[in-house]
Write a protein that binds this ligand. Structure first.
Ligand SMILES: [Zn+2]
Length: 116
């Protein structure tokens, strides 16, 4: 995918996980983190900030890692991808978060991105 697309994917997934964590994990201890992700060892570095619980932080980092390794020039819709990045358990959890936040924001395009 292009650098712009990578940037978009990273910031979108961050926003969605943040919304989910804000709503669902209010009682958990959270940390603010600042992370820089390299895309395919290019000079394209994306920086993100988030304030998440441990579980969601791990989820976000996993998502960044997978996105940075995505072999597709044009990222296909995830559920149609011939090389799914997420292990099934991870994928289900991620799908739940994306769906929740997507509905909350009313952003149908995000749902399309992940669910076709
Ligand atoms: Zn959380």
């Amino acid at each position: 995918m292009t650098n712009e697309k990578f940037h978009y994917e990273v910031t979108t997934v961050t926003k969605f996980i943040q919304i989910y964590c804000d709503d669902k994990h209010q009682d958990r201890e959270k940390n603010t983190e600042n992370i820089s992700i390299d895309y395919n060892d290019t000079d394209n570095v994306v920086s993100v900030n988030f304030h998440l619980c441990k579980e969601c932080s791990d989820m976000a980092k996993h998502a960044y890692y997978r996105l940075s390794q995505c072999p597709h020039i044009e990222k296909p819709r995830c559920h149609k991808c011939p090389h799914p990045c997420y292990e099934l358990a991870m994928w289900k959890k991620m799908a739940k978060m994306m769906k929740y936040s997507g509905m909350k924001l009313g952003l149908n395009k995000i749902k399309r991105l992940f669910f076709g």
